[in-house]
Design a binder for this molecule. Structure first.
Ligand code: AP5
Length: 220
């Protein structure tokens, strides 16, 4: 199964991807995580991406497309994978289609997490992440047992620079102006499914799991 997780910042793409990874063994490729790791290591990609990410703008298509297509090419073709945060423009989507069709691995499904702006703001302003293992928390919805400390590894929790209210607003505007067109793009291809991102994480997962199972049955 090859899936794209599509939705505005804070819709829960990363949270669901981690659940699918842990429970079904799907490979999770997150553009944001790969870019942040490049920024941390100070690579050429990271240095080019840093200021765009901090401002809440998209990193240029060329950088992201090359980076993600080389990640996808390196995957074991028999494994299921999820793309989280890619594509984000129609141009990126067309290049992804081109690359996947060359290796006869078309996408099976694109899941759009439709989520209200109120939910997105609440989730992003409260998100906390572990510096060591990357585990995701929410100050109110999914708090750690001890404030500021990761339950899984004891690492320090921090707030992403782009999770400040002004930058969140910018990211939401960028989603509306540059990414939302992908909904129609994939609906026209007949592979778009919609799930409410406003539900709790377990409810979203149940719905997603049901959709994946149905799609699996259709394929076999
Ligand atoms: P990226 O890291 O991809 O950020 P994003 O798309 O803005 O998505 P988020 O990680 O903020 O949200 P999410 O939907 O994964 O939500 P999460 O599960 O964490 O990208 C960052 C930047 O990189 C971009 O701004 C851009 O600059 C660059 N970039 C990335 N991809 C690019 C591309 N293709 N092209 C160009 N540039 C690119 O959840 C959020 C919070 O809510 C968490 O605290 C979580 O615990 C909580 N939560 C999640 N689900 C639920 C739920 N159902 N109920 C209650 N709480 C929940």
């Amino acid at each position: 199964m090859r899936i794209v997780l599509l939705g505005p910042p804070g819709a829960g793409k990363g949270t669901q991807a981690v659940m699918l990874e842990e429970r079904l063994g799907y490979i999770h490729l997150s553009t944001g995580d790969i870019l942040r790791s490049n920024v941390k290591k100070g690579t050429e990609i990271g240095n080019k991406a840093k200021s765009f990410m901090e401002k809440g703008e998209l990193v240029s298509d060329d950088i992201v497309i090359e980076m993600m297509i080389s990640e996808i090419r390196s995957l074991d073709k028999s494994k299921s994978f999820m793309l989280d945060g890619f594509p984000r423009t129609v141009y990126q989507a067309s290049k992804l289609d081109e690359a996947l069709s060359k290796v006869s691995m078309p996408l099976d499904m694109v899941v759009y997490f439709k989520t209200s702006e109120e939910t997105l703001m609440f989730r992003l302003t409260g998100r906390r992440i572990c510096r060591e293992c990357g585990a995701n928390y929410h100050a109110v919805n999914m708090p750690p047992k001890k404030e500021g400390v990761c339950d899984k590894c004891g690492g320090e929790l921090y707030q992403r620079k782009d999770d400040k209210p002004e930058t969140i607003k910018k990211r939401l505007t960028v989603f509306d102006s540059q990414t939302k067109d992908l909904i129609a793009y994939y609906r026209d291809k007949g592979i778009l499914v919609e799930v409410s991102g406003d539900l709790g994480a377990d409810e979203v997962y149940e719905k997603l799991f049901g959709i994946i199972n149905d799609r699996d049955k259709d394929r076999s």
